[in-house]
Design a protein around this ligand. Structure first.
Ligand SMILES: C[S@@+](CC[C@H](N)C(=O)[O-])C[C@H]1O[C@@H](n2cnc3c(N)ncnc32)[C@H](O)[C@@H]1O
Length: 341
């Protein structure tokens, strides 16, 4: 169901505090970035949670219920491309009826519910953001999947489940939020039974990213601030992290390089498309949203601070679109590891 702009951020307990909250997010983010790994680990959860409190309604407004990119084919709606991307992941890691599966960073359960229907697996959605989980639980009930799906409110670095609880674990554009890959992949490894499979779509820098180029560095910094991420890794760092925690690598590859040439992954951010949903994601639609939001905020029909939150998200969207055009970043580095028997 489509979210109205006038409802964005309205449900937040801290609706009156949106403006201080976005300042607080920026402070926490900058502190976490400047500090060493220990302080980053302590601080990241707080700023990440605050980030998702602020942006979830905007994500839903622009993206619907699945907060991730997908390679498209001509004439296909974004939602269909996203479902195909979800099915591919489920198929590759061998999900099947009755399997015990964890979805790390499940958002508001758009992909989770689709994968549950597609595979018949019993899925536990893990999320540290209670606001999203409230929406996820409601959507699960409405979908009639409460017997097959449950949720855990916890950090995916410290999941409240015994070792070896799951046959498979997956994550869609979520492990990029972790302070480092070894911690989050290590937790996925712990949760799996011997022989279990882990699959994810990971944010990565490509080998065209030049660490000496100030413009590339600025784009990376904008994606991180606007996306609530501490650091985007190169693909070999991701592969090494999988092996460091004990996974056998089944496959890793950048799905973006195999996308249809006329529809690169960043297309939704640059081209208005044909539907209202597509328009909202594109630059012109985001510009329109921004100006409408300004008016709503001035009229006190949107919480003070809404425009600042939207500006932060736009920073990320513009940076991602440029990163895609330059070929220096991918949101769909597919990783598939197996825990040895
Ligand atoms: C970009 S969203 C993707 C959501 C979902 N996988 C999807 O594709 O719709 C990233 C998700 O990771 C969750 N997340 C971020 N850090 C987390 C953490 N430390 N523990 C659990 N969940 C986390 C966020 O709350 C959010 O739901």
């Amino acid at each position: 169901m489509s979210v109205k702009l006038t409802n964005v951020l309205k449900d937040q307990e801290a609706s009156a505090g949106v403006d201080p909250a976005i300042s607080n997010y920026e402070d926490l983010f900058n502190t976490a970035k400047q500090n060493g790994s220990e302080v980053r680990q302590q601080g990241y959860e707080e700023f990440n949670n605050l980030y998702y409190d602020l942006v979830t309604d905007f994500y839903e407004y622009g993206w619907g219920t699945s907060f991730h990119f997908a390679p498209g084919v001509p004439g296909e709606r974004m939602e269909t491309s996203q479902q195909r991307h979800q099915h591919l992941l489920a198929h590759r890691i061998g999900l099947g009826a009755g399997m015990a599966v964890a979805d790390l960073g499940c958002g508001i359960a758009g992909p989770l519910l689709e994968i549950a229907r597609f595979s018949g697996a019993k899925i536990v959605g893990v999320n540290s953001n209670e606001y999203q989980l409230k929406k996820a639980r409601k959507r699960t009930e409405e979908a009639g999947l409460s017997d097959q799906v449950e949720f855990l409110h916890c950090d995916f670095l410290n999941v409240d489940a015994p070792d070896g609880s799951f046959d498979a674990v997956y994550a869609i554009e979520a492990t990029c939020c972790a302070p480092d890959k070894v911690s989050v992949y290590g937790e996925a490894f712990r949760l799996l039974k011997p022989g279990g499979h882990f699959g994810a779509y990971e944010f990565c820098l490509t080998d065209r990213f030049n660490s000496q180029d100030p413009h590339h560095l600025q784009i990376k910094a904008d994606i991180e601030l606007g996306g609530g991420l501490l650091d985007i890794d190169f693909m070999p760092t991701v592969d090494n992290a999988l092996q460091t925690v004990g996974f056998e690598i089944v496959e890793t590859r950048d799905i973006a390089t195999q996308a249809h040439p006329s529809i690169p992954w960043y297309q939704p951010l640059v081209s208005p498309g044909l539907s209202l949903a597509a328009l909202r994601k594109a630059k012109v639609g985001r510009w329109m949203t921004h100006h409408l939001l300004r008016a709503l905020e001035a009229l006190r029909l949107a919480p003070q601070g809404s425009v600042r939150v939207h500006t932060t998200l736009n920073l990320c969207a513009d940076a991602m679109a440029e990163a895609g055009q330059l070929g220096i970043f991918t949101p769909m580095y597919f990783i598939h590891g197996r825990k040895p028997d």
